[in-house]
Design a binder for this molecule. Structure first.
Ligand code: NAG
Ligand code: NAG
Length: 276
């Protein structure tokens, strides 16, 4: 549509070239305002940072809830990272001056549970990272006096590890899983322990049963919930695109209308000159 607009202008310049200098000046002032408006629509700052998955619901120890909605920054020599617990983790190039790279390293999904402890936050479905892979990050939680993001590394290509320190995870029971389960899931876990102890369940079978328990508790995201969150984000962003397209279209209509008016003015002025 921008091309159409330029074509319209070119047509006016070339078809009336030379003779009518005053008319050309009128046209010259018009497009500059039009262009800047269209460019504003084209380069919305957040456009590159469209989440491809909606963050999952909060889950885990209730006393971590206050971290949701807060964000923590960390800078190394090249990037600034922003970690928003239960939301997202992003990366921005701080060395580049022109259009710095911004990427999503992951969107909140679920927990990594090890040894009966909530150990890491699983952030998935980040920005594309070559060969169809999406970036993802495991945020390891460490006990400390203050809450801060202290490091982000990329041990494997597109697979990041972040360290987040917070007093919320200090103490033996602060991150224990079992006491937080509803009674019926605690009973299931007890049964699995018993069965494994008496050889009725293999180690693998026991692990599988624990996985099911964590899924039922909402600590693990099921593949179905994951794809529904991805789907929701895509329908949201197509809604955004539609709204922007409508806005751009109506702006173009306005500009075309303005152009027609100016054209008429030019024709009138031209006619005026000839009659002098
Ligand atoms: C997340 O929370 C919303 C609102 O409380 C609820 O409707 C939805 O089912 C939850 N999603 C999952 C996957 O638990
Ligand atoms: C990440 O989460 C924060 C906190 O909710 C939010 O303000 C920000 O817009 C999110 N980032 C993206 C790229 O959606």
């Amino acid at each position: 549509m921008l091309i159409y607009f330029i074509f319209l202008l070119d047509f006016m310049f070339f078809s009336k070239s030379g003779a009518e200098m005053t008319s050309l000046k009128v046209i010259n002032e018009l497009p500059s305002s039009g262009y800047s408006n269209l460019q504003k629509l084209e380069s919305k700052p957040d456009e590159k940072l469209q989440l491809r998955m909606k963050p999952a619901n909060f889950s885990g120890p209730d006393h971590l809830r206050h971290l949701a909605g807060r964000c923590f920054k960390y800078q190394d020599s090249k990037y600034e990272y922003v970690f928003c617990p239960f939301q997202n983790i992003t990366q921005e190039d701080i060395q580049a001056y022109y259009e710095p790279y911004k990427g999503i390293l992951g969107v909140w999904a679920d927990w990594v549970i090890e040894d009966n402890q909530f150990k890491k936050m699983n952030m998935i479905e980040g920005s594309l990272c070559g060969s169809g892979m999406h970036r993802s990050t495991k945020v390891i939680l460490h006990c400390s006096a203050t809450s801060e993001l202290v490091s982000v590394t990329e041990p494997d290509k597109c697979r990041y590890t972040a360290k987040f320190e917070t007093p919320d995870v200090c103490g033996k029971n602060a991150m224990a899983v079992y006491p937080r389960l509803p009674p019926e899931l605690q009973t299931r876990w007890d049964d699995a322990e018993y069965d494994r102890h008496y050889g009725l369940l293999t180690k693998k079978g026991y692990q599988k049963e624990l996985e099911k328990i964590f899924l039922a508790a909402g600590y693990y995201l099921s593949p179905e919930d994951r794809s529904s969150l991805v789907y929701k984000a895509s329908t949201d962003s197509s809604k955004n695109c539609k709204a922007e397209l409508m806005e751009a279209k109506s702006r173009i209509n306005e500009l075309e209308e303005e152009l027609r008016m100016k054209e008429e003015m030019i024709l009138e002025q031209g006619a005026g000159k000839k009659s002098i």
